[in-house]
Design a protein around this ligand. Sequence first.
Ligand code: ADP
Ligand code: ADP
Length: 233
Amino acid sequence: EPVIKVEDLTKIYQMGTQEVRALDGVSFDVQENEYIAIMGPSGSGKSTMMNLIGCLDTPSEGMYRLNSQDVSELKDDELAEVRNREIGFVFQTFNLLPRTDCISNVELPLIYAGVKTSERHSRAAKTLGRVGLGDRIDHRPNELSGGQRQRVAIARALVNNPSILLADEPTGNLDTKTGEEIMMLFEELYRMGNTILLVTHEDEIADHARRIIRLRDGNIESDTRVENPVLED
Ligand code: ADP
Ligand code: ADP
């Protein structure tokens, strides 16, 4: 069974009397430990698709199975529960609490998951170690560089061992060199077995993935294997 199975996934937004078909019958599977870049021009449906895959929203039509569970018609509270258990999010703008120390930022998903304090602390510290910030756990994000902030955000996304890691333009606010370092970290996470979907506008970033899905006008324009990834297997 694939981790993600979507069939005829459709999202229609109502704008007054107008219907916008932001996604128009998209189908694909994602197997465990795939590394996929989602590309496409502005307005092609990338955010809409990531919101559906990330269980932030439900489709208007079509089916979405996440680890064999049909999540297409869940109520908001059920959806939130699946989201907290299954999905790790990484954003362009990091979305950290700037004045709260790194370890507390990383512990947040574990609080939602009901993990007890001592275990939360040790798991968060260990995960910060994995992203190379073992010596920064007491720092606040506003005392860190952009690349370090994104590492904290990646630790927060990973701490609950999610089934999939969803990253929306994770290098969009970083200079080229720092962005490359973050892509090295994604490569490492991929090699450790994580399943990664990442939205990007940049070919240089997408070529780190092993598969590229291009959207256009709410449809899949192409779904191709990356022949020569930046880092070979
Ligand atoms: P991206 O994810 O590509 O950076 P956004 O998702 O912010 O961009 O927006 C992409 C397009 O969707 C834009 O044209 C924007 O105007 C439109 N859009 C986003 N959210 C809404 C909304 N709530 N209502 C109407 N249009 C929206
Ligand atoms: P992308 O992320 O590729 O830029 P989006 O998924 O944001 O694309 O948008 C796809 C289409 O859906 C666009 O035409 C956009 O204007 C529209 N759209 C996105 N969100 C909303 C919304 N909340 N309400 C109405 N239209 C929306």
